[in-house]
Design a protein around this ligand. Sequence first.
Ligand code: ADP
Length: 504
Amino acid sequence: MAPTVKDGDITSELLSGAGIATLMCRDLHALVHELNEGAAAALIAEEHLSGTQKTPLSAWLARQPPWSDLPLLILTRQGADSPDSAEAWRTLGNVTLLERPTRVTTLLSAAQTAIRARLRQYQIRGHLSERSKNEQALRSADRRKDEFLATLGHELRNPLAPILNSLEILKLSGAFDDDRTRQACAVMERQVRHLNRLVDDLLEVSRITRGIIEVKKEPLDLTAIVRAAIETSRPVLDNLRHELTVEFAPEPMCVGGDPVRLTQVFANLLNNAAKYTNHGGRISVTTRHDNGEAVVSVRDNGIGIAPALLSQVFDMFMQVDRSTRRSQGGLGIGLTLVRSLIGMHGGSVEAKSDGPGLGSEFTVRLPLLVNATVGSAAAHRMEPLPSRRILIVDDSRDGGESLAMLLRVLGAEVALAHSGRSALECVDSFKPDVVLLDIGMPGMDGYEVARRIRGNPANRNISLIALTGWGQDEDRKRSVAAGFNHHLVKPADIEQLRQLLTVA
Ligand code: ADP
């Protein structure tokens, strides 16, 4: 936009001679149109930028994406600085002022520099768009990985239930009475439970990544929790002949927390201390009050952690040494879980080590509750299972049959169905007191079976227990809505099942 049409023609000719394509615009609307079409730079006489005239251009400049900084060459009048060009310089961004009359070389070099700058911006645009494409691809790969982990966890969990049930049956049937078989049974049980823990960790991590991990807080005594964690880890500690010293704070350590989750946290830290310390190491657990916080620290004299890796050990799947000798069958998830769970309790966890070979210390801090009383969980006595007619519905034959055998050994009268339809027939003929119902079945699923059973008033006294791989709050809500009385997650804890059947 030259001062006059004549000036415009001369300037166009000059620039074209230097290989720069130009186009003259009548007003700023036309100029903005050309900018949208991809003009690399604009050459504007200051007369066209006075007052509100420049609004369409300044609006266009303000809307530029982050990579864009359009070069503007402003032809100013000769002599004293005019307020219009000063204002344009201040407000329009990437501005070069060229005083008239402009020398040809000055004009050409300014125009070429502006175009070079714009080309560089296009390169950045290319990089940014490439990066955003890569980012999207990574994000979708990450999402698929999370989904895969969730599916893997569930698929691995299903076969574990029948294996554990069958072991339980063999134990109850007295099949493991001589030393050799008892030992073999103990090995199987330990290994299956280990597998179970790995699968639980996998499921937990997929819950963390989807942000649906749950904690149910209540006032509790942290000392009791740490004691329970020590008991959980005792076999690992003893196995590796570690010496454990414990120093509990004399005052009560009352915190608001989920007892299961917090036990899991300290058992994880203790298991790690045991795993990453050579045989016969020293491990200590101390608890204390500090500034309104309950502090628990687990210290070992094991292999230690290099300073640069200290903050990374909490990252998902992070393992300092992936050789099987050291990773000891872990998945690199334990500390991720510890950090998430402690975070959900409003606390923090920190790792310290003076370096490789110099031991490690993990310190957990949780806010102390003041004036809280801690309820003690009533110790439960195991009651024998009263006579019950139980219908088990599971499309997995192994799962159903092993549970049926186990409940028969415990004295129940059991019928078995492997599909929703046969379950409904069986309810009519067998007249069970309790139906243990799998949810995910081909054809008619457990929810539908439950609704149909509840649909018949004759069945109102039947107790319905969902037995499924899915244990989130929303799954539990769905099963309540379908008419279930209870919801158990596979592999069901036999003791919990026994208690439910006793009251059902
Ligand atoms: P995993 O033990 O399954 O590998 P974790 O998340 O529990 O996973 O731990 C991550 C990594 O942190 C471990 O692989 C190990 O390298 C390191 N680490 C954890 N605890 C200790 C410890 N007490 N001493 C030394 N290194 C440890």
